[in-house]
Design a protein around this ligand. Structure first.
Ligand SMILES: Cc1ncc(COP(=O)(O)O)c(C=O)c1O
Length: 253
């Protein structure tokens, strides 16, 4: 058997090309995950209350180094979908506001913003990009032309799902920020495909899944939040989370 194939648990009669939807995990990742599951089963309270918070903070440091971010600007999530839902839940939208995205966005992202805008009485404006695209400039120009006085947010993929384009996100951030408009980047396919410098990019929000091209375990992702937005972030699920990470809470645990 091919040496690379042996590193994966995929069925030998399958040629698996769709890591962009649900990445299969290599054996080494499956084994590490199984080891953690065994540790958890052996002493759930010790694992979850005393061990997990420090380990999650260490993971955040490693991830931050990989994506060019400060660890404190990253929230670990289950996937990019959870990250984008956090943005939709936290961003203050009022009636009459507008959210812009383009016609190359992922279906679930489009549904999320359609629903979020409808709830807030805001408008979702789907910008049609020229096709075929002749230059990266056309993308930023298309967004610039669609921006109005009511635009509050631009949502844009780093690498598009239906059309596999690398969009010029730095240029989109520049154009939107010039008008004081926030940008949320949907980046699950960029992680491990493109070098990332999230602090340098300067977007307001950047979300990705680690279980696609990075081959991390299923159910791993992050949301990067620029410091100016961090006070707005409203967790999707309210529980002990933040408290568990506090040393005095661990001591009391
Ligand atoms: C562009 C894009 N955004 C978001 C997602 C959602 O990713 P996940 O299901 O890991 O949250 C996908 C999934 O393929 C995608 O292609």
């Amino acid at each position: 058997m091919n040496a690379w194939r042996e590193r994966w648990a995929l069925s030998p009669d399958v040629t698996y090309l769709n890591h962009g939807s649900f990445g299969a995990s290599p054996r080494v990742v499956l084994e590490a995950r199984a080891k953690f599951a065994t540790e958890l089963a052996a002493e759930p309270v010790d694992f979850l209350v005393r061990q997990a918070p420090g380990r999650l903070l260490a993971v955040r440091e490693r991830l931050a180094a990989l994506v060019g971010a400060k660890a404190g600007d990253l929230i670990l999530t289950d996937n990019a979908t959870a990250g984008m839902n956090l943005v939709a839940r936290s961003l203050p939208l009022t009636p009459g506001d507008e959210v812009l995205l383009c016609d190359h966005e992922y279906g679930a992202v489009l549904r999320l913003w359609r629903k979020t805008c409808a709830r807030a009485g805001a408008t979702l404006n789907v910008v049609k990009l020229p096709w075929p695209l002749a230059s990266p400039e056309q993308v930023a120009q298309s967004f610039a032309a669609a921006i109005s006085a009511r635009t509050r947010l631009v949502v844009v993929s780093h690498v598009t799902s239906p059309t596999a384009l690398i969009l010029p996100v730095a240029e989109v951030v520049r154009v939107a920020h010039a008008q004081g408009i926030a940008v949320a980047i949907d980046g699950p396919h960029a992680l491990a495909m493109l070098p990332l410098d999230l602090t340098g990019l300067g977007a307001d929000f950047y979300t990705a899944s680690c279980h696609k091209w990075l081959a991390a375990p299923l159910g791993t992702g992050f949301l990067h939040v620029a410091p100016r937005w961090q006070h707005c972030i409203d967790p999707l699920i309210t529980s002990w989370g933040g408290d568990n990470a506090r040393p005095e809470r661990q001591a009391a645990g």
